[in-house]
Design a protein around this ligand. Structure first.
Ligand code: A2P
Length: 275
């Protein structure tokens, strides 16, 4: 899984990472991250609100893998949006992760009504200029939020991490981000597991002798989308990263594209205001 994409600023980001949303801190997250690192993953995606940064940090430290081989992402939570509060939240995350520098720091949700994402972005730009973070980006941003953010940003976001899977393919957003040099990253690429029972996907998986999860994740890669599937099971973690030994035909890609129905599982980014 050394395969990585080059972000707009030249930083290399692995195509596949481990997602740890809803993975309990302590042994559960430590074991998941260790299983991923043993299987060859080098990218881990956490967030302050997941409350498992300590476990992630512990697994990283105990793995003995050189820091520069790893790609660690975390996110500033909604309640911490604003300039000073973001800088404080960043230090708190770094303390928990036990890291000096971070690979990718994201604004977790735009929270458009709160209207503070521009101040939050200023803090991310400062951290980026000071080289505390190798890349900065956003999560759950729609084109309108990105337009507003970039209108007076010094540094463009390098990544936008959004809900994306065959039922919510995000074609328009993908096209927008492609035009602006923003790498798209999919959270809940397996639709939180719900897509694994889809008959079309199961049939395609059978044809290639792959798991349904591998077919979905391969569809992302062929669309230029970074993936961070979540699993707490070592075998599933390992198999979810075995995506580089087969290729979906154009016809099967189109069949998967046809499953898009705008079916969101998570919150609507224009509406979510949770702190
Ligand atoms: P588990 O952690 O028990 O493996 P998403 O990344 O879209 O949020 O999906 C995560 C969900 O899918 C979790 O419930 C996870 O359960 C399950 N999952 C992840 N990988 C696989 C797989 N290869 N086969 C079956 N279920 C999987």
């Amino acid at each position: 899984i050394a395969d990585a994409v080059t972000l707009a600023n030249g930083v290399r980001m692995p195509w596949v990472g481990l997602g740890v949303w809803r993975v309990e801190d302590g042994d559960v997250v430590i074991n998941s991250v260790k299983a991923a690192l043993a299987a060859g993953y080098r990218s881990i995606d956490t967030a302050a609100i997941y409350r498992n940064e300590e476990g992630v940090g512990r697994a990283i430290a105990e793995s003995g893998i050189p820091r520069d081989e790893l790609f660690i992402t975390t996110k500033v939570w909604n309640a911490d949006q604003g300039y000073d509060s973001t800088l404080r939240a960043f230090e708190a995350s770094m303390e928990k992760l036990g890291l000096e520098t971070l690979d990718l720091y994201l604004i977790h949700w735009p929270m458009p009504k709160k209207g503070r994402f521009k101040e939050t972005w200023k803090a991310l730009e400062k951290l980026y200029k000071e080289k505390r973070v190798r890349a900065i980006g956003v999560s759950n941003f729609q084109p309108a939020h990105l337009d507003a953010l970039m209108a007076d940003a010094e540094v463009k976001p390098m990544v936008n991490q959004v809900e994306l899977h065959p039922r919510l393919a995000q074609r328009e957003l993908r096209e927008y981000c492609r035009r602006h040099g923003i790498q798209i990253e999919a959270w809940s690429p397996l639709g939180q597991g719900q897509l694994l029972e889809d008959p079309t996907l199961k049939e395609i998986a059978q044809k290639y002798g792959k798991t349904t999860a591998q077919v979905i994740l391969r569809w992302d890669l062929q669309n230029g989308v970074v993936v961070i599937p979540k699993s707490v099971n070592a075998d599933r973690i390992a198999s979810n990263a075995q995506l580089f030994d087969f290729e979906l035909s154009a016809e099967d890609m189109a069949r998967i594209d046809a499953l898009d129905c705008g079916g969101r599982i998570g919150p609507d980014p224009d509406v979510l205001e949770t702190e």
